[in-house]
Unconditional design. Structure first.
Length: 150
């Protein structure tokens, strides 16, 4: 379970278990029964859960405990794929939208630098910028592979 974003009164959780509609429905019902929670929106396609709550009535820790208990992980940190151990308890991580924008901007900047270096006959800079572009393109492609091969 990963906290994708958190502001007072709004928290977004991501977990592979939330891609299962019955589990998502149970979590939604339990959270709506929690005092202070005003709305719960789930997206089973990406395994995301958005909870709107009153910070004055309920603590975010209570919401996280409820979700963790129902999902069955019992932890609120990010897990490694190999060991299943918790790496760290993170209050939030960088949202996917910000990562996508940074990757796209990096690709564009590397491409422009590569073209400018080619125009001014700076071969080493041209090659380096091309390698950076290809690396960012690999990240971009990997993040969108499920959309490309669906």
């Amino acid at each position: 379970m990963v906290v994708a974003s958190h502001f007072d009164g709004r928290i977004r959780i991501r977990d592979e278990g939330l891609k299962k509609e019955p589990l998502l429905a149970r979590v939604r019902e339990a959270l709506l029964a929690t005092p202070g929670v005003s709305a719960v929106e789930g997206n089973p396609r990406v395994g995301s859960l958005l909870v709107l709550y009153s910070a004055a009535l309920t603590a975010v820790e209570k919401i996280l405990e409820t979700i963790a208990d129902l999902i069955g992980s019992g932890e609120t940190g990010e897990k490694t794929a190999e060991s299943g151990k918790v790496l760290a308890r993170v209050p939030f991580s960088i949202p996917a939208k910000v990562k996508r924008k940074a990757t796209n901007f990096g690709m564009l900047a590397a491409l422009l630098l590569s073209v400018a270096a080619a125009i001014f006959d700076l071969k080493k800079l041209h090659i380096l910028a091309g390698i950076v572009f290809l690396a960012l393109f690999g990240v971009h492609f990997f993040e969108r592979k499920e959309y490309l091969f669906a």
